[in-house]
Design a protein around this ligand. Structure first.
Ligand code: NAD
Ligand code: ZN
Length: 359
């Protein structure tokens, strides 16, 4: 039977990562790596050999643990960002050693972006680096975090301060696991899917605008946008900056809210504010920001906040200041046409924030 998923090889630096997306991908992958399964056609090739160790979180383990191949050791961390620490990294490394992992083995990350970042970084550092496979279980991880090879943990609250580029040998994204994902987590992922559509998929944007989003095809469409960018810029030297769309203001919104607003909500606010900025600079035609706000609203994302412009502006600087410069934005000229590195005069930024946040 023809598999119901899409596959392609993603070139990231000198790593060739096998990306698979669609229903049944998970079942076939776990059947292939299962110690007692033979006749599965080895559709996944030789990407997960040697001793296997699964890293997951408590929620994913509770909801989807039975889908894992029996007999494979499992490291289970608490859910959420608070597990992306040096302390948990050390614990995961210790447990990998206890599980018998060696240089020829493979780590399987089974969870959202937190598990992917933590397990991927553990794989990058265990005995100076072992192979890993990323099996994302949130919408955000499927369309965004699993792609691009970035791994890492937070240090004293500084996001992703310690990390490495360590692309997985394979990514296995199966939308059927999203049936259990809470609505708020799904909305967070939708913000990134809308972002990817604006960056590089007018077709996906059109479907989103009509209120449609078919997991089986559209997750792949959103992921493809990022795949193409990271293939051209694997180590974030240039073009990958377009992926910051919505995130410069979004970061300010997240910080100013004291992280009470979710990442997706903050990005939604950021996408609209930054598009208003593009309109003000005559990069984009008037009306684009309203279209984007409409799409976000249709998919459960509010683009309003009660935050004050000055607070958001202050929050935007915290991580950029150290890079020694003025704020640079990725801005849309149209759907499917985003430019990066645009420096904007301070008064223009403030005027747009004041107008955009309070609407
Ligand atoms: N490496 C990258 O390039 C990259 C890019 C973007 C984001 N990230 C990172 O990703 C993280 C956010 O990822 P996230 O939003 O997936 O968060 P997450 O991993 O914390 O998952 C969100 C919540 O959903 C639960 N969950 C996961 N899968 C589920 C399922 N199928 N059903 C029910 N519940 C499920 C988790 O237990 C958790 O409580 C952040 O740490 C961020 O820095 C990394
Ligand atoms: Zn994001």
């Amino acid at each position: 039977m023809k598999p119901s998923y899409q596959r392609r090889t993603v070139a990231m630096g000198d790593v060739h990562c096998q990306w698979t997306c669609g229903p049944d991908a998970l079942r076939d992958f776990f059947a292939m790596v299962s110690p007692n399964a033979e006749a599965t056609g080895r559709r996944f090739g030789d990407i997960a050999s040697g001793t296997l160790v699964v890293v997951t979180d408590e929620n994913v383990d509770r909801l989807h643990g039975l889908e894992l191949p029996p007999g494979v050791p499992r490291i289970v961390v608490p859910p959420g960002e608070s597990s992306k620490t040096l302390g948990w990294l050390a614990e995961v490394l210790r447990l990998m050693l206890d599980a018998g992992l060696d240089r020829a083995g493979t780590v399987i990350a089974f969870g959202g972006g937190v598990v992917g970042d933590l397990a991927g970084f553990a794989a990058a550092t265990f005995m100076r680096g072992v192979r890993w496979v990323n099996v994302p279980t949130t919408l955000l991880a499927m369309v965004d975090a699993s792609i691009g090879g970035k791994t890492g943990v937070d240090v004293d609250g500084a996001k992703n301060l310690a990390g490495a580029f360590h692309p997985p040998a394979a990514i296995v994204a199966d939308p059927t696991v999203l049936a259990t994902l809470p609505a708020a987590e799904r909305a967070d992922g939708m913000a990134e899917a809308v972002k990817q559509a604006i960056i590089g998929s007018p077709g996906l944007f059109g479907r989103l605008e009509r209120g449609a989003f078919e997991d089986a095809e559209d997750i792949a469409a959103a992921a493809q946008v990022k795949i193409e960018i990271v293939e051209r810029d694997p180590f974030e030297r240039g073009e990958r900056a377009v992926l910051n769309l919505g995130h410069t203001v979004g970061h300010g919104v997240e910080t100013a809210s004291g992280y009470r607003l979710s990442h997706g909500h903050a990005v939604a606010v950021g996408l609209v504010a930054e598009t208003r900025l593009a309109e003000r600079l005559h990069l984009a035609h008037p009306g684009l920001a309203d279209r984007i706000a409409g799409v976000l609203g249709q998919h459960g994302l509010s683009t309003r906040t009660a935050l004050v412009a000055a607070d958001v502006r202050a929050g935007m600087t915290s991580d950029k200041k150290r890079l020694g410069g003025r704020l640079r934005f990725a801005l849309p000229r149209a759907v499917g046409d985003v430019v990066y590195g645009v420096e904007v005069e301070e008064p223009v930024v403030m005027a747009v924030l004041e107008e955009s946040l309070q609407e």
